[in-house]
Design a protein around this ligand. Structure first.
Ligand code: MRU
Ligand code: ZN
Length: 235
């Protein structure tokens, strides 16, 4: 009898036994173009230096998830650099280019967010100066507090500046099974959060659509910079 498997696979799938190429409908390709344009904009803003960052979207109609390949300059991303995965992070289809056959090393983190925030339509991960600094500055508190700023209203469901947003911070790790569990716990403990920080690493944020995730990213990064500068001038 087979032993019951209770843990996810130890490694992110290395693509790519599949021979299937991604099948783009017109509608999906339009979304892929939007995601890639947002990722290239992040690169222009210096938010994904040195091949860092990863990006995905989930099609609301079909539930299909598309995520950036691992380890290349996201400033050059096009839909040809996206892999199709399922919510368990199995690769369903990959680009023909074998150099792009492996999904993001952090694919499991995307899987957790899609699973535990079922309304999520897109996820962005960036490494910026401000999120890297603040994630360390507030590590002992477990979350970055952002409060009483008008731009908080850019976050879904927030209707007034009189709001306290808590962005939870996880210790960084290269062990993605453990990190996935920490992420799931943070999402449960901070049900109102619009993003999660990895300490001295970067930000994950998401939205119901690609435009929503992009708006959340821009708002949070603005607020991180303001908060860091405020702390500096306060000390
Ligand atoms: C270049 S260091 C950054 C990586 O280790 C990782 O954190 C990252 O953001 C990008 O990983 P990727 O596998 O390309 O999606
Ligand atoms: Zn990263």
């Amino acid at each position: 009898m087979w032993e019951e498997i209770t843990e996810p696979a130890q490694t992110v799938p290395q693509a790519i036994q599949t021979t299937r190429s991604v099948v783009w409908t017109e509608e999906l390709l339009a979304q892929a173009d939007l995601l890639c344009a947002a990722a290239r904009e992040c690169s222009r803003r210096g938010w994904v230096p040195a091949t860092s960052g990863n990006f995905s979207f989930r099609d609301a109609e079909t539930g299909r998830i598309f995520i950036s390949a691992s380890g290349f300059d996201k400033g050059l991303i096009t839909p040809n650099d996206l892999l199709e995965i399922d919510v368990a992070c199995r690769v369903l289809a990959a680009p023909a280019d074998p150099g792009k056959g492996k999904p993001s090393a952090e694919t499991k983190l995307h899987g957790v967010i899609y699973r535990d925030r079922p309304q999520t339509g897109a996820i962005f991960h960036v490494h910026t100066i401000w999120n890297t600094l603040l994630s360390d500055r507030y590590a002992a508190q477990g979350a970055v507090p952002l409060e009483n700023y008008e731009l908080l209203k850019a976050l879904s469901g927030v209707t007034t500046h009189e709001h306290r947003e808590q962005v939870p911070i996880l210790e960084n790790s290269q062990e993605y099974n453990g990190l996935s569990k920490e992420l799931a716990a943070a999402l449960a403990n901070y049900p109102g959060a619009h993003g999660v920080l990895l300490r001295r690493h970067g930000l994950y944020t998401w939205g119901e659509s690609i435009a929503g995730a992009r708006r959340h990213l821009e708002a949070l990064e603005f607020l991180f910079e303001v908060e860091w500068r405020r702390l500096g001038s306060a000390s």
